[in-house]
Ligand binder design. Structure first.
Ligand code: NAI
Ligand code: MG
Length: 365
């Protein structure tokens, strides 16, 4: 049977960008004989409107069964005043938690045609292709004790950075596996100089690294890592880091490449019975209420998220390359959605026209 794909378009521009991905999925079925069993369901505000919860139990069950989940975006002003327990982002958090998606992959890739968009000088970022692997389910965002407590005559806010060896090990393993398919370099970032969890992190990363003799492992303090990312980002291939540092470093890396409308992500968990990892793919951007319904959304982040699904869930690396090359071609041809405008005299294309252009480039591939 065909591999299964659960599509959760969500809110705001989510359905708009996902419509373009649907066209590309259809293209793969028609033109490359790569058929998927696609089903679609609700998440976020859209699910709240129908079910009173941001992710229905039936949808959660479908996500657990699917070979991959592709999500658009959740949230929007209509839901800002909802109770915390039913806020749209709780739907996304529930997916990540119950699927136990511990490894968050955030590529930062700079398409030559967009190098002028970087916050940095063109020569520092042109051709950049790095991958940040952020541990996503543990660390200081989850560790106990946590809370605001009375202490003497004042209050104290407490969070606990806590990592078990097995949590570090599985994140590290996913970074080394990735490096094997890329540039065979891993740079592990922590603060072993001042944090016990950092000492353990470095020790475990080193141990796991011994299983991958072809991969060159280096270690860096995360603060230096932040500097190096901005100074000379091309020195990196895969960066392995924890939840907190990864949150910050991945946002920093995102700005090396320009628009939010270009950035895909993947969150991977343990292998399922069929050997595929549990997986959720989504653009980094949110629901963009300021441009919703105007045909202005850039679908590329969502399209590149599907390319990641081809590569990491469906073992279709060369088809993922094909899709990424089509995107690169279209950008090199000067096709731009409004968020990518910089040059004078360029008329932006709509969301669906960007889809048209990418499909045409796929046809020509
Ligand atoms: P946002 O990412 O939705 O938008 C930030 C800015 O970037 C806006 O000006 C928007 O128009 C632009 N933008 C984002 N994606 C774009 C695209 N594909 N094409 C063109 N322009 C794009 O972040 P914001 O405004 O902070 O949040 C809006 C809503 O989205 C909130 O409800 C927030 O909670 C939610 N959100 C959801 C996320 C998710 O589903 N993973 C992540 C971030 C925010
Ligand atoms: Mg962040």
């Amino acid at each position: 049977s065909n591999p299964s794909l659960l599509i959760l378009p969500g809110d705001g521009i989510g359905p708009e960008v996902m419509a373009q991905v649907r066209r590309i999925i259809t293209w793969y079925g028609d033109k490359r004989g790569l058929a998927f069993d696609v089903s679609e369901d609700l998440v976020g505000g859209a699910a709240y409107d129908k079910h009173g919860v941001p992710l229905a139990d039936e949808t959660m069950a479908k996500a657990q069964e699917a070979d991959a989940v592709l999500l658009g975006a959740v949230g929007g002003p209509a839901y800002d005043d909802l109770d915390f327990s039913v806020k749209p982002e709780r739907g996304l958090l529930r997916l990540r938690k119950e699927m136990d998606l511990f490894s968050n992959l955030r590529p930062a890739q700079c398409f030559d045609a967009l190098a002028d968009f970087s916050s940095l000088k063109k020569d520092i970022v042109a051709g950049l292709d790095i991958m940040i692997v952020r541990e996503l389910t543990s660390g200081v965002y989850f560790g106990e004790p946590r809370g605001i407590f009375e202490e003497g005559n004042e209050r104290v806010g407490i969070n606990t950075q806590r990592y078990t060896e097995s949590e570090i090990e599985r994140a590290a393993r996913s970074a080394f596996e990735l490096a094997m398919r890329r540039g065979k370099k891993v740079c592990s970032m922590e603060k072993a100089n001042v944090m016990e969890s950092g000492i353990l992190w470095r020790e475990v990363a080193t141990r796991v690294g011994k299983e991958y003799p072809e991969v060159e492992l280096s270690h860096m303090y995360a603060d230096n890592g932040a500097m190096q990312l901005v100074r000379a980002p091309k020195q990196f291939d895969v960066i392995l880091t924890d939840n907190l540092f990864g949150d910050i470093l991945s946002d920093c890396a995102a700005m090396l490449t320009g628009s939010l409308g270009m950035l895909p992500s993947a969150s991977l968990g343990a292998p399922m019975a069929n050997g595929r990892p549990k997986a959720l793919y989504e653009p980094v951007h949110g629901s963009a209420p300021d441009i919703t319904g105007q045909g202005k959304a850039n679908p590329i982040a969502c399209i590149l998220s599907f390319a990641m699904a081809l590569r990491y869930s469906f073992d279709q690396g060369s088809e993922a390359d094909r899709l990424e090359t089509a995107v690169e071609q279209v950008l090199a041809d000067g096709v731009r959605t409004a968020d990518l405008l910089g040059e004078e005299g360029v008329t932006p294309v709509s969301t669906s026209e960007m889809g048209d252009a990418i499909l045409a480039a796929l046809d020509a591939s």
